[in-house]
Write a protein that binds this ligand. Structure first.
Ligand code: SF4
Length: 402
C-alpha cells in the first residue's frame, strides 16, 4: 500500500494495521508523519491547550532482584549503595511537592525482597492519613507482579489490597518492549512477560483504576517489535479504555550492562508520531523531555504530543543512565508557550486544574533535580525492623547490627 493511501485512510479516521504502520515508519518522510500525527492531536485536543502535571518522581528503594541489563539504577541486595527511604523521608518529599503546587507522587522502586506488601500498605495508609487529598500514582506492573510472588496472591487480590490502602492509579513503567524475545535479551522477561504486564493493566482497569502505558525503545528491538508493542496496547485499550496516556522514551545506555547508543532526536519524533497514529484510542501522548531535553520536548508538541508530562522535582532512574535534564514549572510553561500553546496544569486523570501555579503563588525556582538521598547517606529507616526480613543479607544485618 502506498504512503498516500495509508495517510488518506488515517485522515478518514481509519485504524492502521501493523504492516501499514511499518510502511509509514520505514518510508514516510518525517514531516509527513509529523503533520499526520499533529492532525490527530488537533482532532482529539482541539484548541491550543497543552497540559502538564506537578508531581514528584520518588524511588522508594534501589535494591532490586530483577537485574534488568539496561538499568543503571538498581543495586543488588546487600550493596553498600542500596537504600530504602523511610516514611519520614517520603513525607518530607510530599511536603516539598505540595509547596511547589504538586498533588501527587509517582512512586516506583526496585523489587526489594525485604519490603513485604504490608510495608506498602502501611506507607499508603500513612500518606493518606496525613495528606487526604494527595494522590498516589504508584507501582508499575512488574512491582505488582513482584508483590504477587511475595504474597502468593493473584494480581487482582494484590491490586485490591493496594487500592484499599490508598493506591489511586498505576504508572505504565516496566513495559520496555512488550515482546518476549526482546524481554529475554534485556533480562526483564523474569520480572514480567509481555502478557503478565498487560494482564496487570487489565486487572487495574477492571478495578476502576486509570493507568498510563510506556515504551522504552532503541536497544535490541526491531521496528516491527515496536509496532507489535503499540498494537497490543491498542487492543487492551479497546477493552475498557483505562489508559489515559502513552509515553515513549529512548533507552539511555550510560552505565548499563547492555551498553550501546542512544536513539537520535529525529528517531524519537518519528516514533512519537507513529505512536500517535497507531494508538488512535489513547486520549493523550506525553512528550518525554526528561530523556530528550526541553528543545526536542517542545518539538514533540508538533509531532503528536498534547502533554508535557511532569515538572521534574526529583529523578533518579534516567539520571543514573546519563540523562539529567531539569525543567521546573517556569521552564515547562516557557517551552509550551513558546511553541504557541497555552499551558494548563492537570491531574493524573488529565482534568485541568488551572493556570500555572507559579503565576498564582510565589514558589522557589528549582534549577537542580533532587535525588532520592544525599550522596553518602546510608541511614536505615527504623521501621524496616517491623517487617519480616526475607533476604539472607537482611537477616544477618538484624542479628548482627553494625
Ligand atoms: S528496571 Fe526496575 S526492575 Fe529492572 S533492574 Fe532496574 S529497578 Fe529493577
Amino acid at each position: 500500500m502506498s504512503i498516500r493511501t495509508i495517510v488518506e485512510n488515517v485522515r478518514a479516521g481509519g485504524h492502521v494495521t501493523a504492516s501499514e504502520a511499518a510502511v509509514l515508519f520505514h518510508e514516510a518522510p518525517l514531516p509527513v508523519l509529523g503533520r499526520l500525527a499533529d492532525e490527530i492531536r488537533a482532532r482529539k485536543h482541539p484548541g491550543d491547550v497543552v497540559t502538564y502535571i506537578i508531581d514528584r518522581n520518588v524511588n522508594y528503594t534501589n535494591v532490586c532482584v530483577a537485574r534488568c541489563n539496561f538499568c543503571a539504577f538498581y543495586r543488588p541486595v546487600g550493596s553498600s549503595e542500596g537504600y530504602v527511604l523511610g516514611f519520614d523521608e517520603i513525607f518530607r518529599k510530599i511536603d516539598e511537592t505540595i509547596a511547589l503546587g504538586g498533588g501527587q507522587l509517582l512512586l516506583q522502586g526496585g523489587h526489594n525482597p525485604d519490603l513485604p506488601i504490608e510495608w506498602y500498605e502501611d506507607l499508603f495508609r500513612a500518606v493518606k492519613q496525613r495528606y487526604p487529598e494527595f494522590r498516589l500514582h504508584a507501582l508499575s506492573p512488574p512491582e505488582v507482579i513482584h508483590l504477587t510472588r511475595m504474597t502468593k496472591l493473584p494480581v487482582a487480590a494484590v491490586i485490591d489490597r493496594l487500592i484499599a490502602a490508598g493506591l489511586d492509579s498505576i504508572p505504565g513503567g516496566g513495559a520496555e518492549i512488550l515482546v518476549d524475545r526482546v524481554r529475554k535479551i534485556l533480562n526483564c522477561y523474569g520480572k514480567a512477560t509481555a502478557d503478565e504486564w498487560l494482564d496487570v493493566m487489565r486487572h487495574a482497569h477492571a478495578a476502576g483504576l486509570r493507568t498510563t502505558a510506556t515504551m522504552m525503545y532503541g536497544h535490541v528491538e526491531t521496528v516491527e517489535e515496536r509496532i507489535e508493542h503499540l498494537t497490543r496496547l491498542r487492543e487492551v485499550q479497546d477493552e475498557r479504555g483505562g489508559f489515559t496516556a502513552f509515553i515513549a522514551w529512548s533507552y539511555q545506555p550510560e552505565h548499563t550492562q547492555l551498553g550501546g547508543y542512544e536513539a537520535t532526536g529525529a528517531e524519537y519524533l518519528r516514533m512519537l508520531a507513529l505512536a500517535r497514529i497507531v494508538l488512535d484510542n489513547f486520549p493523550s501522548l506525553q512528550a518525554s523531555w526528561v530523556t530528550q531535553g526541553g528543545k526536542v520536548g517542545q518539538l514533540s508538541l508538533a509531532y503528536g504530543a498534547n502533554d508535557m508530562g511532569s515538572v521534574m522535582i526529583e529523578e533518579n532512574v534516567v539520571r543514573a543512565a546519563g540523562a539529567a535534564y531539569c525543567m521546573d514549572e517556569v521552564e515547562v510553561v516557557r517551552n509550551i508557550e513558546n511553541a504557541g500553546f497555552t499551558a494548563k496544569r492537570r491531574n493524573m486523570h488529565y482534568e485541568i486544574l488551572g493556570d500555572p501555579y507559579f503565576r498564582m503563588r510565589e514558589v522557589p525556582r528549582m534549577l537542580e533535580l533532587a535525588t532520592a538521598r544525599a550522596e553518602g547517606d546510608a541511614s536505615r529507616p527504623e521501621e524496616l525492623n517491623s517487617y519480616a526480613a526475607r533476604s539472607a543479607r537482611e537477616k544477618q544485618l538484624r542479628s548482627h547490627p553494625r
